[in-house]
Design a binder for this molecule. Structure first.
Ligand code: HPA
Ligand SMILES: [Zn+2]
Length: 336
């Protein structure tokens, strides 16, 4: 079995997937029709053709337009259930899903509708596919601290349905420190905290995520390589990076997958993981990310196994489940 085939075959956790980024154009149009929402695109093909991104913002504009078809609890269920079925095919046995409540509450959708639909899909994924999952509520960093606090307040009746909070949307101009107080409150509430940092933003934003937000994982984080002291600190703390290679390619963070920093991150001793970010927009789900990265960088069998192991190490599952998953990984990675 080649390293790429092994990568596709191994059981894995996915830790950086925006569930709204799993909305395929076909489902966007089906939901638009079901809900009577008018889209500024003539059809599936026209929408797909618009997926030619030049940077993060050019993607976000289309991503928020796509999410406008989500109105009812069943819409959120259908979206997440479609993701879980694809994840199952890619041997994902545990998934931590980001969701963006402010994208929906701004359109008058109740946060309970959002969380209710996603939570029901998570229960189905466990029952029907044996996939464990967790939800992570993301604050949109282009909005204010006050709006983040209001979102947290609105989410508290559903506190048992999410395990953590994150920070996403437009990175440049919105440093982590903008949300220091909200994140402090979240930590007091016993929530895990993660943050997007160092996707387009400078190493200073990764330092900010660590020091101001006390982030337990850095989402993306690829720009840490510009700062050797930061790399050393991430390695010392063993702070995981949830890296998304096809996203980096599609958003022009790297010009070619052969230049992707994944191997350099592993060589630096970092706990890097592979993830799909927004798979419906970036050209592939978890195995597409694994296979293309392994092939482009010539990663070894040992590096592939380390990436799968890191995904369980970095996850927010309980220790007993983690050991069980690591044993499954061990069994699947043994040579035939
Ligand atoms: O890659 C991303 N970066 C920031 N915000 C996002 N929201 C969805 N995907 C992303
Ligand atoms: Zn992301």
């Amino acid at each position: 079995m080649s390293p790429a085939e092994l990568a596709a075959h191994l059981p894995k956790a996915e830790l950086h997937i925006h569930i709204e980024g799993s909305l395929e154009p076909e489902l966007i149009f089906a939901l638009a029709q079901r809900n009577g929402v008018k889209l500024p695109y003539h059809g599936v093909e026209a929408l797909r053709e618009a997926y030619a991104f030049t940077n993060l913002q050019s993607f976000l504009d289309i991503y928020y337009a796509g999410a406008s078809v989500l109105l009812h609890e069943v819409d959120f269920f259908d979206m997440a259930w479609a993701y879980f079925q694809r994840a199952y095919a890619d041997r994902v046995i545990h998934a931590e899903l980001f969701f963006d409540p402010q994208t929906h509450t701004a359109r008058g959708v109740d946060i309970g509708v959002v969380i209710g639909g996603l939570q029901r899909a998570c229960e189905w994924a466990q029952a029907e596919l044996g996939i464990s999952s967790r939800l992570i509520l993301c604050f949109l960093r282009h909005l204010s601290e006050e709006e983040a606090f209001a979102t947290l307040e609105a989410a508290l009746p559903y506190r048992q349905h999410f395990v953590g909070v994150g920070l996403d949307s437009s990175e440049l101009g919105h440093p982590p420190s903008k949300f220091s107080r909200v994140f402090a409150r979240c930590r007091e509430l016993g929530l895990h905290v993660v943050a997007h940092a160092g996707e387009e933003g400078p190493p200073a934003y990764i330092w900010g995520a660590l020091d101001d937000l006390k982030a337990e994982r850095i989402d993306h984080g690829v720009r840490c390589l510009d700062d050797p002291a930061l790399v050393a600190e991430l390695a010392r703390r063993r702070t995981p990076l949830t890296v998304c290679p096809l996203s980096n390619l599609k958003l022009c963070v790297v010009k070619d997958l052969r230049e992707h920093p994944m191997k350099r991150l592993l060589d630096a001793g970092l706990c890097a993981t592979v993830n799909s970010d927004d798979p419906a927009y970036f050209g592939g789900y978890l195995n597409a990310n694994f296979v293309q990265t392994v092939e482009a960088l010539g990663l070894s069998r040992e590096e592939v196994i380390a990436l799968a192991r890191n995904s369980f190490e970095a996850s927010f599952i309980d220790e007993e489940t983690r050991q069980r998953y690591l044993a499954r990984l061990e069994a699947a990675s043994a040579p035939p």
